[in-house]
Write a protein of this length. Structure first.
Lengths: 105, 416
């Protein structure tokens, strides 16, 4: 784990740039991570997904899977891939300042 | 106290253990214990992995549910229609209404292959199989016997799934099986996962990352399967990638039991039951508890988890009925063997906070963790006996408690 500066704020990140402390997150940080990953402007639909991810993680301790996102965020799976082309679950987690979705091992 | 009614939905691993432990805990005049399940077939689910390879037969891994329950537990063979939490009653499919003082939800998961486009269309159980139920495992056994080379794709559609390591074990055993038959050189074995690696926790990934390459299994990552063409032999992902196959072994999407969705406030959108990760009480009402695969807990859906939960659950049902504060004792402890073929297996042990570490289990003199060994394989085989004769009856297993042991584990630095 290392400390880095994103949008002028000091944050803890893992080796792949996922934030490890969701409390350090803010919307400027989200914009900066998005830009770095090829999303120049976060639109309303992006925010909808990102905020859903965060809320779900903070209440249940797990980031939702693609399927839960498609069922519950209000954004269907095909659109999720248009919004976050490199893989919605992972990228939205990164932008939302929550740890990388993982398996048990 | 007056005689309490405890109703347990599900007579699988969790429901049976909970019923038997509670039966011992309460005198017959203190509590009546009811278990509901839709059939009388208790499947030793870890055995399903071996069926496709002819290493286990269906009749060796199924026993009557009734016979696993202690005397004095009432068994109802029926589907559950709905739970009325406001009235503290359960309506069964056969019309019976069971009132309860405490309800325990232990109905596990249901497979939902129909939720993936094309999966159950033409080709299902011909070229597209799952070994996650008896029928599928048996059909796949036939198909593997006829298999003569080509591309064999193993895919898990999305998390959460039961026994998250089982698809990987299947790939390892398939590699072994095909080598024994002398057709490995004309088989491409592919493991496709929605996660970004076969192993995603740093230490496991470092210790075991080379296993797939050693076994010449092609790894495809971040593959979210969206559509199956069982006739054309094509598995497509949402981001437009395609995997051709002769044989597809899939772990379909999982959801909770159908009645969970029909019962207001009981489950989430996938039918899993929101559950307190420490006490196993549910937020829907204080007299509703849940354990095992049916919950939404952020730990693995596995029998070992259910076993460790059962101890905390039994204690908390008793405390709830006695009007005492609940025990926040469950730490997410999970433990599982991972078959790697050639008479070897790995063992992992972890909880909510601690990822799988190397060392030994349960103490420094024990089974090796995170390392292939013959001893672990023997452990896995012996476990079936332990399951029927110690785990389900609710007996304590010496040295193995609900809390994850730390002695024997090595804290190793991760090299990134």
């Amino acid at each position: 784990m290392t400390m880095t500066l994103i949008a002028d704020a000091p944050v803890d990140v893992d080796a792949e740039g996922f934030m490890t402390d969701p409390e350090q997150w803010n919307e400027q940080i989200a914009q900066a991570i998005a830009a770095e990953n090829g999303i120049t402007e976060l639109a309303d639909r992006h925010w909808l997904v990102v905020k859903f991810m965060r809320e779900r993680y903070l209440t249940t301790g797990t980031a939702p899977s693609i399927r839960s996102l498609g069922k519950e965020s209000g954004v269907p799976v095909k659109e999720l891939y248009q919004l976050f082309p490199k893989g919605p679950a992972k990228l939205a987690a990164k932008i939302g300042g929550i740890p990388k979705p993982k398996g048990c091992i | 106290m007056s005689k309490k009614q405890i109703v347990i939905l599900g007579g699988g691993t969790g429901g049976t253990m909970a019923a038997n432990r509670l039966r011992r805990r309460f005198d017959p005049d203190e509590a009546e214990i009811h278990v509901v399940d839709r059939d009388d077939r208790h499947v030793y689910q870890p055995g399903l992995l071996f069926v496709p390879f002819g290493l286990a037969h269906v009749d060796e891994i199924v026993r009557p549910r009734r016979r696993q329950l202690h005397k004095g537990v009432v068994f109802h063979e029926s589907e559950v229609e709905e739970v009325w939490t406001e009235r503290d009653e359960v309506l069964l499919d056969d019309g019976t209404v069971l009132p309860y003082d405490v309800l325990v939800v232990a109905t596990g998961v249901r497979l939902q292959p129909e939720e993936t486009e094309g999966m159950t269309a033409a080709g299902w159980n011909e070229r597209v199989f799952t070994f996650y139920n008896l029928e599928g495992a048996e059909a796949l056994h036939g198909a593997l016997e006829r298999f003569d080379g080509g591309r064999l794709v193993v895919n898990l559609v999305d998390m959460p799934i039961k026994c998250p390591v089982a698809p990987l074990e299947f790939a390892f055993l398939a590699d072994w099986h095909l080598r024994e038959r002398g057709i490995r050189n004309r088989t491409e074995l592919v493991y496709a996962t929605p996660l970004d690696g076969a192993f995603t926790k740093p230490i496991a990934s470092e210790q075991l990352g080379s296993l797939l390459a050693e076994k010449e299994i092609e790894l495809v990552t971040e593959f979210n399967a969206g559509e199956v063409d069982g006739i054309g032999g094509k598995l497509s992902s949402y981001d437009g990638r395609e995997l051709d196959f002769e044989l597809l072994v899939t772990v379909p999407l999982h959801g909770g039991a159908p009645y969970v969705e029909r019962s207001p406030g009981l489950g989430d959108a996938l039918g899993f039951v929101p559950t307190d990760r420490r006490t196993l009480q549910t937020p829907v009402k204080p007299n509703v508890f849940a354990l095992g695969d049916a919950t939404d807990l952020p730990t693995s859906k596995a029998g070992s988890v259910t076993h460790f939960e059962a101890e905390v659950l039994t204690e908390n049902v008793a405390r709830y009925l006695a009007d005492k504060e609940l025990d926040a004792g469950y730490d997410g402890h999970a433990n599982c063997f991972i078959e790697t073929g050639f008479h070897k297996a790995l063992l992992i042990d972890f909880n909510y906070e601690t990822e799988p570490l190397p060392g030994h289990f349960p103490t420094v003199f024990g089974l090796p963790l995170l390392r292939e060994s013959r001893l672990n394989h023997l452990g896995k085989l012996a476990f079936q006996w332990v399951y029927w004769h110690a785990l389900l009856p609710g007996r304590e297993i010496p040295g193995i408690g609900p809390t994850m042991p730390s002695t024997g584990k090595k804290r190793v630095p991760v090299h990134t």
